[in-house]
Design a protein around this ligand. Structure first.
Ligand SMILES: CC(C)(COP(=O)(O)OP(=O)(O)OC[C@H]1O[C@@H](n2cnc3c(N)ncnc32)[C@H](O)[C@@H]1OP(=O)(O)O)[C@@H](O)C(=O)NCCC(=O)NCCS
Length: 397
């Protein structure tokens, strides 16, 4: 583990930082490993601070592997180092190269720092963001997305079931957000999705709006403690559940790729300026290979009617980690509202327990304007933990 130098630091952080950029790294493995470890340490500090679940942070090994194997994105990052040699922040830019050729995703990593005032931290965040945007421009992209964790959610802007805790309710200490009500006029900015609003009293909102970003979509981050929820059974006499780990069996690959396209075309995006990805078997195989190379296990269940898949859901887990990520769930539009999402999720939870004794907690993100998915998840026992917001910025051409 890399140690940060001792805190002899007293200057204004922004005046002293220098940037170490991935694109300037020497072509040698040690430098690459060191860079990714520093990035991972910064992300760990940020995720622990904002979400309180360190396992959510991307490990250095996983990020290195994704950068090397995922041919659908080009990635760059930079670590900001202060005069004492301390790593004080970073940014990561993801540029899609297969679809959405005018967009880029930016992640700013600004961990809590000792001996730095709030306004210095704001300046550092702004400097990191500006540096990341320069890279976005260099790639010729004009639409920028970034996710931030909210400290406050505006109560009356959300459908009531989104805030609803399950029976017993989460302990207050677990919640990473405060619900604010009755804000003065002009203090809340509605998300473009039409569901949810952000509050100008939230520090991250002030930072992002100052940089020209607009809030597009709020997402609820929720967690589920895995318990045995009982039998699964087939969802209907003419349907059957099928499950696998990692790569889809050959007979299901084309159907699974098609379901990914259905997901992309029908998941709520809040009106964000990106196009649905179109999947084929080659793309599916590339995603499966990237996961395998990064040591990520994919635990998949689907509902089949004859040779056709009607629904699927996937968990991702790094073996040994207690944390499991609930990734895509989709049901074909013509059979929605019949309980298939709930059935396929139950089947996959049982499959997960059978294949992964390490799994303890599942986490998921849901758009707040997706009542069906939130209803299914609430019934399964997920409880709200935090809220994030997707921000969008349009850069001048
Ligand atoms: C979300 C999705 C998977 C739900 O699939 P489904 O098979 O229709 O879901 P189910 O029939 O199992 O359950 C739907 C539940 O949501 C409820 N629901 C459906 N539409 C609703 C709405 N507009 N408002 C409130 N609740 C709603 C249903 O009443 C049901 O709850 P119940 O069992 O308590 O009655 C499906 O709509 C879909 O594929 N959407 C596009 C992809 C997507 O958004 N995936 C999730 C991304 S995180």
């Amino acid at each position: 583990m890399r140690r940060w130098p001792s805190p002899s630091y007293t200057g204004t952080v922004i005046d002293t930082v220098s940037m170490r950029r991935s694109r300037d790294l020497p072509d040698d493995e040690d430098a690459d490993v060191d860079f990714h470890e520093r990035l991972a340490a910064l992300e760990l500090a940020v995720v622990s601070d904002r979400l309180g679940i360190p396992e959510l942070a991307t490990t250095a090994e996983r990020r290195r592997s994704e950068w090397e194997h995922d041919a659908t994105h080009v990635r760059e990052a930079a670590v900001a180092v202060d005069a004492t040699g301390r790593d004080v922040g970073a940014w990561v830019v993801d540029v899609p190269v297969r679809d959405n050729l005018d967009t880029a995703d930016v992640q700013v990593l600004d961990p809590p720092l000792s001996a730095v005032t709030d306004s210095e931290a704001d300046d550092l965040h702004a400097a990191l963001l500006a540096d990341a945007l320069a890279t976005v421009r260099r790639h010729g992209r004009h639409v920028v997305f970034t996710h931030e964790v909210l400290k406050e959610v505006v109560g009356e802007s959300l459908p009531p079931h989104v805030l609803e805790p399950v029976a017993g309710g989460p302990a207050d200490a677990d919640l990473r957000f405060a619900v604010v009500w009755d804000l003065p006029a002009g203090s809340a900015i509605p998300a473009r999705s039409g569901s949810g609003a952000v509050s100008r009293s939230d520090r991250s909102v002030r930072r992002m709006t100052a940089a020209g970003f607009v809030p597009v979509q709020l997402e609820r981050f929720s967690v589920l403690d895995l318990i045995d929820s009982g039998g699964t059974g087939d969802p209907h006499p003419s349907l059957r559940s099928v499950s696998w780990v990692d790569d889809a069996p050959v007979e299901w690959a084309a159907q699974l790729a098609d379901l990914y396209s259905v997901f992309e075309a029908t998941v709520p995006t809040g009106g964000a300026s990106f196009d649905p990805e179109v999947w084929d078997v080659a793309r599916l195989r590339a995603v499966e290979a990237t996961a395998r190379a990064a040591g990520v296990v994919r635990v998949v269940s689907a509902v089949a009617e004859g040779p056709r898949l009607l629904a699927f859901t996937v968990f991702e887990q790094t073996p040994g980690s207690p944390l499991v990520f609930q990734e895509h769930t989709v049901v074909r539009p013509e059979v929605r509202g019949l309980g298939l999402a709930a059935a396929v999720k139950r089947a996959n939870a049982a499959h997960l327990r059978a294949v992964s004794p390490d799994a303890v907690t599942v986490c998921t993100w849901n758009a707040v304007e997706n009542p069906a998915m939130i209803a299914v998840n609430t019934a399964a026992g997920f409880r709200p933990w935090a809220f994030t917001v997707l921000w969008e910025l349009r850069l001048d051409r």
